[in-house]
Design a binder for this molecule. Structure first.
Ligand SMILES: Nc1ncnc2c1ncn2[C@@H]1O[C@H](COP(=O)(O)OP(=O)(O)O)[C@@H](O)[C@H]1O
Ligand SMILES: [Mg+2]
Length: 335
C-alpha cells in the first residue's frame, strides 16, 4: 500500500496540516518543535492503530474537543481516526470500530534517534524494541506476549496480598510457564532469522569484514515447561518478599556481539550506527518475507545523525519501501 496523503486536525500542535506523499521518498523539514514527529505519529496511528509514543489524551491539541487523522492510499482506500469525548473511533471501508481491525493495519518500520542507542540501551528498552519488531512478524507472538503480561500482572498482584491464595498462584505459574516457554522459542527463532542476515547486511553498509551477531540472553537456559514451572515455584518465597516475579521471559536481554566481543564495549560509534541501520533493513526485509508487504519506513530525525555513506545506504536499501523522512532545517538531495 502506498500512502497518497495525510490530513491532521487538532493533532498535537497542528490545527490543520496536510502532507502529500511521494511514492518513494517524502521529506518533511522544519524547526524543532514544529510538529514533524507528530506527523509521523499520525501516519503510524493510521497504519498500526495506535501512537508509538503517547495516549490520545496527550495527542489531542490542548483546548480542543476532538482530533482527526485521515490517511489516504493511492488506491483510494482511507483510514480515518477520530478522538472525541475520550473515545477513539476508526472509520475504515464501511466499518466504524473502536480499534483498527487487523486487516486494515499495515506494517511500519519506525526509526527514531533513540534507536541509535539500541546496542547499549537497557534490557527493558531492548525487550521493548524486539517485542515491537517480533510482534509485526507474528501475530502469535503478540497474542502470547499479551497473555503472558496479563498473567504476570495477576501473579504480581497476588504476591502482594497477605492472604494470598496458593492455588491461584499455582494456576498463574502454570500459565506463565506455558506462555513463557513458547515466547522463548519464538524469540530464538526470530533471532536466528536476524543472524542469518546480520553480518552480510552490516558489511554492505560498513564496507568491511567485521562480524556481528545478535544474542538472546534468556533469564535461564530452560526449554521445558515443567522446568520453568519448577523455577517459579522455587522462587515463590523470594517473590513474596519482593512483591514481584523475579524469574521469567520479562527479564530477558539481548546483546550484540561484534567480532566475538560485546559490541557495547568494542564497536565504535560509527560501527554501532551501522549495526542499527542494518537491523532496520533486516526488519523491513523480514516483514516483506513474512507478510508480502513492504513496510512504510518512517525516519524521524535520524538522517542528520548519520554520515553520508550511511545515509546513502539507507536510501539505497529501502528502495522497495515508501520512505518518509523528517529532518531539522533543510534537507539536501541524496542521490
Ligand atoms: N497535545 C498538544 N497540544 C498542543 N501542542 C502540543 C501537544 N503535544 C505536543 N505539543 C507541542 O507540539 C510541538 C511539536 O512536537 P513534535 O511533533 O515533537 O515536533 P518536532 O518533531 O518537529 O520537533 C511541540 O512543541 C510540543 O510541545
Ligand atoms: Mg521530532
Amino acid at each position: 500500500m502506498i500512502i497518497k496523503n495525510v490530513k491532521l486536525t487538532n493533532f498535537r500542535n497542528h490545527d490543520f496540516f496536510e502532507l502529500n506523499c511521494w511514492k518513494e521518498t517524502t521529506m518533511i523539514s522544519g524547526e524543532n518543535g514544529g510538529g514533524k514527529t507528530s506527523i509521523l505519529e499520525a501516519i503510524y496511528e493510521c497504519l498500526q492503530g495506535k501512537s508509538f509514543r503517547a495516549v490520545d489524551r496527550d495527542i489531542l491539541k490542548r483546548g480542543k474537543e476532538f482530533y482527526r487523522v485521515e490517511l489516504e492510499y493511492v488506491n483510494g482506500e482511507k483510514t480515518v481516526a477520530v478522538y472525541e469525548n475520550e473515545k477513539k473511533t476508526f472509520y475504515v471501508g464501511d466499518k466504524k470500530t473502536a480499534r483498527l481491525p487487523k486487516k486494515y493495519k499495515y506494517p511500519v518500520i519506525l526509526f527514531e534517534p533513540y534507536d541509535l542507542n539500541l546496542v547499549s540501551s537497557s534490557p527493558s528498552h531492548k525487550r521493548e524494541y524486539f517485542d515491537r519488531s517480533f510482534g509485526q512478524l507474528s501475530e502469535e507472538y503478540t497474542n502470547l506476549l499479551n497473555s503472558y503480561n496479563k498473567a504476570l500482572k495477576q501473579r504480581n498482584e497476588l504476591l502482594k496480598d497477605d492472604f494470598m491464595n496458593e492455588e491461584m498462584i499455582f494456576s498463574w505459574n502454570v500459565m506463565l510457564s506455558r506462555f513463557g516457554v513458547k515466547l522463548w522459542a519464538l524469540r530464538e527463532k526470530q533471532v536466528e532469522r536476524i543472524n542469518k542476515k546480520l553480518t552480510d547486511v552490516y558489511r554492505s553498509i560498513a564496507n568491511n569484514k567485521d562480524e556481528v551477531l545478535l544474542v538472546l540472553k534468556k533469564d535461564a537456559e530452560i526449554t521445558a515447561e515443567s522446568e520453568y514451572l519448577k523455577k517459579l515455584e522455587t522462587n515463590l518465597e523470594k517473590d513474596k518478599i519482593l512483591g514481584h516475579t523475579c524469574f521469567g521471559v520479562h527479564r530477558d536481554n539481548y546483546d550484540f556481539v561484534f567480532n566475538k566481543s560485546g559490541a557495547d564495549g568494542s564497536a565504535s560509534r560509527g560501527e554501532v550506527r551501522s549495526i542499527v541501520v542494518a537491523m532496520k533493513f533486516i526488519e523491513a526485509d523480514m516483514i516483506l518475507e513474512t507478510t508480502g508487504k513492504a513496510p512504510v519506513v518512517l525516519l524521524d530525525d535520524v538522517f542528520s545523525e548519520l554520515d553520508e555513506t550511511r545515509q546513502k545506504a539507507l536510501v539505497y536499501n529501502f528502495k522497495k519501501n515508501q520512505v518518509i523522512i523528517t529532518s531539522v532545517g533543510a534537507v539536501e538531495d541524496i542521490e
